[in-house]
Design a protein. Structure first.
Length: 912
């Protein structure tokens, strides 16, 4: 039996000055355990997107894809080299308009982190220093006055360009420098210079790995974790600094990140008790260097992030989350004195969103974790991490199960991670877990089960949802959907039977599927939906409100309207209806896509004998020079259909190939490049500026069979099987992805006569069993309070006549459904709205209440019908005679009745 005990927090909670006493943002605060937003513990989820590496017209698309992946915070380097390549001529236009980028992030509903450097690394030339800074006779990254003069000049230009946007109200955090290990005083100097330039934020951060010394209370330490990396030598084995991230532990420092730029072996340190453990660089993928070309799988990426959550992470931050393209000549290279040769243009990073804007399989694995954090993060943030009694003896241990618990002593989540790359794990046989909380002990599952390799699980323990308690389940928590009856969504693990134990009852086996199981203790009700492992891969959660299933690429912005990109005739998107308790098709509008195989014409064969090594820096192989590439590479012309040049078609070119290095050129201009690692190469033709008259050529350099570069296992096997050298173009295909959109809801015209309200419990358009045919008065406070416990009392009591708090007719079967009813007019003017706080006060005065995430009923104020707008959806609301909401509220609060004739109102379904 495997045993674990919930442990309390190791130290009292502390509130550092940062985020509480200086650079304060109302509603946001920082403790030594977690961030708090609007009074609730909050786990941010940040993803790195470099605006200067992405075309400006693509920013919105990328942000919407990030949002659909569960990202809540966008982080970005602000590369000095991109903005000021020549001194005195700063550039902040086009792709470099950082102010517009911040504005767009905020409009999309996302927080912003600016990593302003001045040194940033990011696989950039000189680490992001312009050449004129790199060549200046001064001590870089120090308090040398000559250096500080240049930094002050740069920060002043950046602050002026941001024009007041870099303030606590708009920016969540500012990172100072990057991988600076032993100069805490210099970090404070940079903080002062940034402030003097008009930049500030509630949080000031710095990378803390490698034993970095940071000024106490002044800078928040952030950590990282990569399961593999390009920065070790080609012949190096899988490094322990990579292996450790597939284990649960309370060690956050990583001596491996950035080790190729250090001259000494880094020390490590414990997490500061002043700040919560937080990350900014969990590998969302991995860059490809010439000498070493790692290609982490989606499961590799998900496993590292999953372990960090189990370890107690208070902030999940990814580098990179969206790939991009370098401005020409700004990449890290041997020629500029750096240890790695990187592609000149491509910065795809194998990220969840690739260079071409297509989603990788990594997106799905991470977005399930992010949906979990969105639904349960406020609970999880206040749950310390505990490790089991028996733990792995080291990073080479492949027999001891890896698991952890996050719990506040009363409830929690059990985390399992049984996956790692390169060294295969066996099936773990006979696992059964004894979990001890403060006053209870649980044994799960009912019988020992085998844990297959590849398992990543987060099982709920003593999870209470509006009074119904799940003692435990052997399926991962995904989300919690609001509705008349709330729905807990779980995901089955491949190869592990699902069991569910509820409120002290014997556990029961559950078959995963698309129909929920209804739980009830006689007075409270809860639906539990257990998705199959296959459906879990296709799951999306929009705004914590809607569960969607689709294999297509979905995205949405702040308005929540879904878009789908597909190469199929039409997308297939299903949305779960918690009232009908079923999935139904989501209506989308769009045009059919197009696709075609691309003929490839060989214009010049490759040289018959390419060298195995083109040069070295220290022990690492150098990429071929431009002259060598042009002399030795094969040249092929790709003949695309005419529609591929239509920018509205947004065509994507997929190239399956094998070799060493490849470039794609439009009219002789290189638009992107690639070091071969066995993966497909995706290119956006719109981003490449491909036009109807353009000539598109593919240039491919063969890979010598004797080349010492490090390749993924499948690519290495193919290279080893080649005769002398490897060059192949397996297939080229062009696909026009069309975007399908969820239509904008339109208000229905007002009926001319009496109507029957829509029934929440029926698929028919009208209520089958109205409780009365006239108007009704408001429910009593006691009745409404009971109804608020789980959204709708109808789910836990027999059908009976009820009366809606709004004064409209209600149904014996269902009561008025909060999720299907417009919240009512917001104001007496098309351009003004009623604040949520005022609405809540009015509801409380009338004795009504509603569960979080649901829409309550309320009466309307007297005004012309055409002037009303709904507070939730801004659509016109249909009303008849009504009394002033404030007057009705006052009468209710004073105990006086409201005239039925005065409260008559017709309500329509809310568009929000």
């Amino acid at each position: 039996m495997l045993a674990i005990r919930s442990r309390p927090w190791p130290a009292p909670q502390w509130a550092p000055r940062m985020g509480n006493d200086e650079d304060v943002r109302p509603g946001l605060s920082l403790t030594s355990r977690f961030l708090r937003r609007d009074g609730q513990p909050w786990i941010p989820i940040s993803g790195e997107l470099h605006y200067s590496r992405v075309p400006r017209e693509r920013w919105d698309q990328r942000l919407r894809l990030m949002r659909s992946g569960g990202i809540t915070v966008v982080s970005s380097y602000v590369p000095w080299i991109h903005h000021v390549p020549r001194r005195g001529a700063p550039r902040f236009e086009g792709n470099l308009d950082v102010a517009a980028f911040v504005d767009l992030c905020r409009a999309t509903g996302m927080e912003v982190v600016l990593r302003i450097g001045p040194w940033v690394h990011g696989e950039l030339r000189n680490g992001g220093f312009p050449d004129w800074v790199q060549q200046a006779p001064l001590v870089h990254r120090s308090d040398d006055p000559a250096y500080l003069e240049l930094v002050g000049e740069w920060f002043g230009q950046l602050g002026a360009a941001l024009a007041g946007r870099c303030t606590p109200a708009n920016v969540l955090a500012i990172q100072l420098d990057n991988e600076l290990y032993d100069q805490p005083g210099h970090l404070l100097t940079l903080k002062r210079l940034a402030r003097e330039a008009g930049m500030s934020a509630p949080l000031w951060t710095a990378t803390a790995w490698g034993g970095a010394q940071l000024p106490a209370e002044q800078i928040m330490p952030l950590y990282g974790g990569y399961g593999d990396g390009f920065w070790v030598d080609a012949d190096a084995p899988w490094d322990p600094s990579f292996r450790e991230h597939f284990f649960f532990s309370h060690t956050w420092d990583d001596p491996g990140i950035g080790a190729d730029l250090r001259t000494e072996t880094a020390s490590t340190h414990e997490v500061s008790e002043l700040f919560p453990p937080a990350t900014c660089e969990l590998g969302g993928g991995m860059a490809t260097a010439y000498h070493r070309r790692p290609r982490p799988s989606a499961l590799d990426i998900a496993a590292v992030a999953h372990c960090k959550i189990g370890n107690g992470s208070a902030w999940q931050g990814y580098y990179m989350y969206s790939g991009g393209t370098n401005p020409p000549g700004t990449q890290e290279s041997h020629a500029t004195g750096y240890p790695n040769d990187m592609p000149e243009l491509s910065y795809d990073f194998h990220a969840p969103i690739g260079e071409a804007g297509a989603l990788s399989p990594t997106h799905a694995g991470l977005r399930r974790q992010h949906a979990f954090l969105a639904a349960f993060g406020s609970r999880l943030a206040d749950m310390p991490s505990s490790l089991p009694q028996v733990r792995p003896e080291g990073v080479d241990d492949t027999t001891t199960l890896r698991w952890a618990l996050r719990s506040d002593g009363g409830s929690g989540f059990l985390f399992l991670a049984w996956h790692q790359p390169h060294v295969t794990l066996p099936t773990y046989q006979g696992a059964q877990f004894q979990v001890t909380l403060e006053t209870e002990q649980f044994l799960l599952p009912s019988k020992p089960v085998d844990i297959p390799a590849g398992t990543l699980a987060r099982w709920p323990i003593a999870l209470d949802v509006q009074g119904v308690r799940i003692d435990w389940a052997t399926a991962s928590a995904l989300t919690l959907l609001p509705g008349p009856v709330p729905t807990v969504v779980l995901c089955a693990e491949p190869g592990i039977p699902v069991e569910l134990a509820v409120a002290g009852q014997a556990p029961q086996a559950v078959q995963p599927g698309r129909e929920p199981l209804r739980l009830s203790d006689g007075s409270r009700v809860l639906d539990v939906l257990v998705l199959s492992a296959t459906d879990a891969d296709a799951a999306w959660v929009e705004g914590g409100r809607r569960l969607l299933l689709s294999d297509d690429d979905l995205a949405w912005g702040a308005d929540g309207r879904v878009t789908a990109r597909t190469t199929r005739p039409a997308p297939d998107v299903r949305v779960y209806d918690p009232v009908r308790r079923e999935f139904r098709p989501l209506p989308l509008q769009g045009d059919a896509p197009a696709a075609a195989d691309v003929p490839v014409t060989l214009h010049r064969p490759a040289h018959h004998a390419v060298p195995a090594i083109y040069g070295k820096r220290d022990t690492r192989q150098s990429a071929p020079s431009t002259a060598a590439f042009d002399e030795l590479a094969a040249i092929c012309e790709l003949q695309l259909p005419a529609w591929a040049a239509d920018p509205d078609r947004d065509a994507l070119l997929r190239i399956d190939w094998a070799g060493d290095v490849a470039q794609l050129r439009v009219d002789g201009r290189t638009v992107t490049d690639r070091f071969w690692d066995g993966s497909a190469w995706l290119v956006s033709l719109r981003d490449a500026d491909y036009r109807p008259t353009s000539t598109l050529t593919l240039h491919v350099l063969p890979l010598s069979a004797d080349s010492p570069v490090h390749l993924p296992a499948d690519a290495a096997e193919r290279a080893a099987g080649s005769r002398g050298q490897l060059l192949a173009i397996d297939a080229v295909r062009v696909e026009a992805q069309r975007t399908w959109r969820e239509p904008t809801p339109r208000p229905r015209p007002a009926p001319r006569g009496p109507t029957r309200p829509r029934c929440a419990a029926s698929s028919t358009s009208t209520c089958p069993d109205p409780a009365s045919t006239g108007t009704s008065t408001a429910t009593s406070p006691s009745t409404s309070a009971a109804a608020s416990t789980a959204g709708s009392s109808s789910a836990r009591t027999p059908p009976s006549p009820t009366r809606a708090a709004s004064g409209s007719t209600s149904c014996r079967r269902c009561e008025p459904s909060p999720s299907r009813t417009c919240a009512g007019p917001a104001a007496a003017s098309p351009t003004s709205t009623t604040g949520a706080t005022g609405s809540a006060r009015a509801r409380n005065a009338r004795g009504w209440s509603t569960a979080t995430g649901a829409t309550s009923w309320r009466t309307t104020a007297s005004a012309p019908t055409s002037s009303w707008r709904c507070a939730n959806c801004s659509a016109p609301s249909r009303t008849s005679r009504s009394t002033s909401a404030a007057a009705a509220s006052a009468r209710q609060a004073s105990g006086r009745s409201t005239s039925p004739a005065a409260t008559t109102a017709r309500w329509r379904r809310c568009a929000a």
